[in-house]
Structure formats: structure tokens, C-alpha cells
Write a protein that binds this ligand. Structure first.
Ligand code: ATP
Ligand code: MG
Length: 321
């Protein structure tokens, strides 16, 4: 399927938030209280995966973030640059180390983590002069709940959103939140703020009920649309995804694949959906591409290793149609 709009005529898609490395335990089991064989570092961070996926689709893409002046930071910067991301607004912080996430899968598929994010360089993300320059041409800004882990970062996100909205850009939000995070009062306040601001809301199924008063998914979607959000896309893992706005509801099934590593699927899905919509593709086409992107992401080990080009997405879609 040919692109329906020349992407170069639109400003970049910009993401804001944490860059980290992921280091994973090879054996399944509980936690890290014993010596383990580890694999990594892999480039990671939900906003970084998101923006890498946008760039892989050949669309202008930029990231506002902060890394340390260390190998974990440079590993990420080199990957993002190689894939075409504008990293001019990634601050290389002299005094903080790059964030990290150690992950181990339990036998039941759940994950245990050891994070160093809040006190890492990721906590130092700021709307610098370079970030303002990137935002000045930005057509669409993407923010994730997992990035709003301090009052300062919430304020920085708000500044970025206000700048983009003032120039008629749009904003998407993926809560990407775990239940425990909602016990942090500033986190709940930030999520509510984001629902006031965003045009496109992209939760995973269970997050819908976490963030609303509603007890059913339909009621939760109606509640969110009534806040002024233009569209809601619900991600459902191996069940695919649904799109809702005030005029239509559309469901698209997932592509059946063997799940190797689910980390990053939601980010690849979201990036592909947003990119396709920025390129004026229909909702149905955008959902199909986004499901293909999520499916290819779960098929590869490593959080950012599963980002795809349009050629790769087209190959999967053609093979299954
Ligand atoms: P994340 O763990 O990255 O936060 P998420 O909860 O935001 O993920 P998911 O619903 O798990 O998002 O996955 C996003 C999309 O990826 C799904 O809507 C689907 O298109 C695809 N996907 C995820 N898991 C599978 C799977 N097992 N098989 C096929 N497609 C999948
Ligand atoms: Mg998610």
C-alpha cells in the first residue's frame, strides 16, 4: 500500500521521556536475590522504543530525553541515530548515569524488575533550548504515564504539550502504568491532567478501568470521550485492538505469532498507529499496520529489537491476507 501523504510535508512526531537500558535474566524465576546469567544491555525506555519505531517507518521523528555520559547512554544514542531519530534534544548529563531496568520473567509470564530510573539521568529530562527548537516544528507529541514520575517531569511534559497545542499540533497519551504507580498521588494527578489534554488516548485494556469510575469498558470509553479526548485506541495483546471515537467503533484482530518477548509491543503498536494517522491513512489501515507492528515486536527478543519498517509490516500483512 503506498503512503497517502508525503511525510516530509508534515513536522516531526516527537516523544518525551525516559531512555534506559534493559538487562534481562536468562533463566525464568523470581527476582534477583541470587547470581544469574544476564543478557544485555539492550536499548530501551518506552518513549525511546516508540520514537525508534516512528523513525523506522521513515517518518520524521525526534526525542526529548536525558542520558548519562556513559556507555549505556551512548548505546541508546547510537541506535536511535542509526534508525533516523533526531537526538538533538537528548541531553547528555555530566553528573547522572543512564537509567536501567533489570527484568526477569517468572514461570507464569509475569515480570520482576529492579529499576534505576527516578534518580538516573532520565529524571533530568528538561525542555531545553534544543527541545524547544524540536517542538517548534512538531506536528504530534507522544507522552507516556511511565515518564511522569516526578512533579518536575510532569511540569516539563505540560510545557511541551502547551507548546505543541498552541501551534495546532496533536497529543497522544499511553498511560503505560502499573497498578502500584497509582498509589503515588502525583502520578494519579498527572494521569488525570493528561486525559484533559490529549487528543488520542491509547491504554491497554485493563488500564481503562484503572483510570475511570466506570465498571465496563464501554462506559469507560464513553467517560473518556466525554472529557474531550477525540479518539481512544484500546490495546488487547493477542486479541488485537479497538478504535473508538464519537462516530464509530472498529475492532481489528491481532496477527497470530509466537510470543518471544512482549516488552515494547504496546510502544511499537502506538507509534505505528500515530504515524499512519499522521500520514492520513484510514483508521482501519492504521489499526492493521499497528497490529502488525505489535506482532513483529513480540516475536523478537529485546525491547527495541522488534521495531519494523513498512516493508516488513507489508510482508507480514501480505503473507496473512
Ligand atoms: P507493553 O507491555 O508494551 O506496555 P501494552 O499492554 O501497551 O504492552 P499490548 O496490548 O500488550 O500493549 O500489545 C500491543 C499490541 O501488540 C496489541 O494490540 C497487538 O496488536 C500486538 N500484540 C501484543 N501481544 C501479541 C501477541 N501475543 N500476538 C500477536 N500480537 C500481539
Ligand atoms: Mg503499555
Amino acid at each position: 500500500m503506498p503512503a497517502q501523504a508525503d511525510p516530509s510535508t508534515r513536522g516531526p512526531i516527537v516523544a518525551l521521556g525516559e531512555i534506559v537500558v534493559e538487562i534481562m535474566a536468562e533463566e525464568r524465576g523470581d527476582g534477583f536475590r541470587e547470581p544469574l546469567t544476564l543478557r544485555g544491555p539492550f536499548p530501551s525506555g518506552a518513549p525511546a522504543i516508540f520514537i525508534d519505531q516512528v523513525a523506522k517507518l521513515g517518518h520524521p521523528a525526534g526525542l526529548i530525553a536525558s542520558v548519562g555520559d556513559d556507555d549505556f547512554g551512548w548505546l541508546n544514542l547510537e541506535r536511535l541515530r542509526r534508525d533516523g531519530v533526531d537526538t538533538s534534544a537528548v541531553r547528555v548529563h555530566p553528573d547522572h548515569v543512564t537509567g536501567s531496568a533489570f527484568v526477569r520473567y517468572r514461570a507464569d509470564g509475569e515480570r520482576d524488575f529492579v529499576f534505576n530510573i527516578k534518580n538516573s539521568a532520565a529524571g533530568q529530562t528538561r525542555i531545553t533550548a534544543e527541545a524547544q527548537r524540536l517542538l517548534s516544528g512538531c506536528a504530534h507529541l507522544h507522552v507516556m504515564g511511565s515518564s511522569l514520575f516526578s512533579f518536575r517531569l510532569i511540569d516539563e511534559a505540560k510545557r511541551a504539550i502547551e507548546q505543541v497545542k498552541a501551534q495546532n499540533g496533536t497529543v497522544s497519551f499511553d498511560p503505560n502504568v502499573r497498578k502500584e504507580m497509582l498509589n503515588i498521588p502525583e502520578m494519579r494527578a498527572a494521569l488525570e491532567m493528561m486525559l484533559q489534554y490529549c487528543d488520542l488516548f491509547m491504554p491497554s485494556g485493563p488500564e481503562l478501568l484503572l483510570l475511570t469510575e466506570a465498571t465496563t469498558e464501554d462506559a469507560a470509553v464513553a467517560e473518556i470521550l466525554s472529557l474531550g479526548v477525540s479518539a481512544v485506541v484500546v490495546k488487547r495483546g493477542s486479541e488485537g485492538a479497538s478504535f473508538h471515537d464519537r462516530t464509530q467503533t472498529l475492532h481489528a484482530p491481532a496477527f497470530a505469532v509466537a510470543e518471544v518477548d512482549p516488552t515494547g509491543a504496546g510502544d511499537c503498536f502506538g507509534a505505528t498507529f500515530v504515524t499512519c494517522r499522521q500520514q492520513n491513512r484510514s483508521v482501519a489501515d492504521s489499526l492493521r499496520y499497528a497490529n502488525a507492528s505489535g506482532a513483529l515486536a513480540v516475536g523478537r527478543r529485546g525491547p527495541m529489537e522488534g521495531t519494523s519498517t513498512f516493508a516488513e509490516l507489508d510482508a507480514l500483512i501480505t503473507a496473512r491476507s
